[in-house]
Write a protein that binds this ligand. Structure first.
Ligand SMILES: *Cc1c(COP(=O)(O)O)cnc(C)c1O
Length: 379
């Protein structure tokens, strides 16, 4: 258990750690098992493991670590979407009103359109910059679940979690926050009043572009129990290898975020000054529409920047000329990547809109490479 004064680097490495046992490994090895020996005892007697879908030792260690960073109790899921599905479906029932961001991760909107509506829920979509005003007007009254995504992916708009949390509490609704872009080090939605914080740990939390994982954390024991039953019944539990790699990877979160954010600051300045780009967004850049709220509400910046190039052909020229900026979706990994979001068809963005994810290569190399690629994008 960590000491409340520890910094992000210490917590990334030591969160969730048990008291040391002589002869035990510093970091527990994965336990590769689906069933466990039962012997002649009743299943789960004295906390013994029985079958890994409900829980397993490697997952317990990883969940303890992530939960400690979130300031709650964590349940891991096989992907971010499995975690978001659980956060929604474990809470709502037919006839309920659910409020989602209209500008958030597109698969969350597909979940709503193709699954939630089919089960009889009414889904309302509110843009992230407007949810604060909707909450202040009392328009969340009658909602069962409100999901925020802040900063939103890919437009990087920010909303006031604490203000919306007061409104959802008054309305008797559950507030969930998709904290993927911020990470548990960058923002603590539970401390700001959210009931649930959810994340795609495929992104920066694990950060090596080789894992699919997600999680939900909460301080509410009743919600935890609902989510745990939901995961037991629907089976979106990560296996030991993913849990072990996830835990191993998150040890460097503080270092990776620091480099990624330093590069993002330089990249945002470069884009803002370059004639090939417009509409640069990075919530921590003075003058950004998200700046005031982001610097007040968030604990630290991250490496995601968005901008607009004139068209798809300009993005193609940029990608052809850049050697370090790789065309790939997802974000938060050690490699620097560029994703032209309109190619996926899910976001309401212009053809030349790009989301850049700054990796952990040297900032100077990334800036030099992007400068050359932007010059090439001008055509
Ligand atoms: C990627 C992402 C998800 C979905 O996560 P997966 O691990 O791909 O299922 C959810 N929310 C946000 C904000 C994301 O960026």
């Amino acid at each position: 258990m960590s000491d409340g004064t520890w910094g992000d680097g210490t917590r990334s490495v030591r969160a969730g750690e048990e008291a040391p046992v002589p002869g035990a490994p510093l970091r527990p090895s994965p336990v590769f098992a689906a069933p466990y020996h039962l012997g002649d005892r009743p299943p789960r007697a004295d906390g013994a493991d029985a079958y890994a879908r409900t829980e397993h030792p490697t997952l317990r260690v990883f969940e303890a670590a992530v939960g400690e960073l979130d300031g709650g109790r964590c349940l891991s899921f096989a992907t971010g979407m499995a975690a978001i599905s659980a956060a929604v479906l474990a809470v709502v029932r037919a006839g309920d009103r659910v409020v989602l961001p209209s500008d958030g991760y597109y698969a969350t909107r597909l979940l709503a359109r193709d699954e939630l509506e089919r089960y009889g829920m009414t889904v309302e979509y509110v843009p992230t910059p407007e949810i604060g005003a909707v909450a202040a007007r009392g328009d969340l009254e009658g909602a069962r679940l409100v999901l925020l995504e802040t900063p939103s992916n890919p437009l990087l708009d920010v909303c006031d979690i604490a203000a919306v949390a007061r409104a959802t509490r008054a309305a008797g609704a559950v507030l969930a926050v998709d904290n993927t872009t911020a990470t548990p080090l960058g923002q603590r939605p539970l401390a700001l009043g959210a009931d649930l914080t959810v994340g795609s740990d495929t992104k920066a939390l694990t950060g090596h572009s080789d894992l699919l994982l997600g999680h939900v954390s909460t301080t509410d024991e009743a919600l935890y129990a609902c989510l745990k039953s939901f995961r037991d019944h629907t089976g979106g539990t990560p296996g030991p290898f993913e849990a072990w790699l996830g835990h191993r990877s998150m040890s460097t979160l503080d270092l990776r975020l620091a480099r990624q954010a330093a590069t993002a600051a330089a990249v945002a300045d470069l884009l803002a000054a370059h004639p090939a780009a417009s509409g640069v967004r990075w919530p921590w850049r003075p003058g950004d529409p998200s700046y005031d709220l982001a610097t007040r509400q968030m604990l630290r910046p991250n490496g995601i920047v968005s901008a607009e190039l004139p068209d798809a052909a300009a993005v193609a020229r940029l990608l052809a000329a850049g050697r370090l900026w790789t065309a790939a979706t997802s974000f938060g990994g050690v490699h620097s990547t560029v994703d032209r979001r309109a190619q996926w068809g899910g976001d309401a963005v212009p053809e030349g809109f790009v989301r850049l994810s700054c990796g952990i290569e040297d900032t100077a190399d990334l800036v030099a490479d992007l400068t050359a690629a932007l010059d090439a994008a001008l055509g």
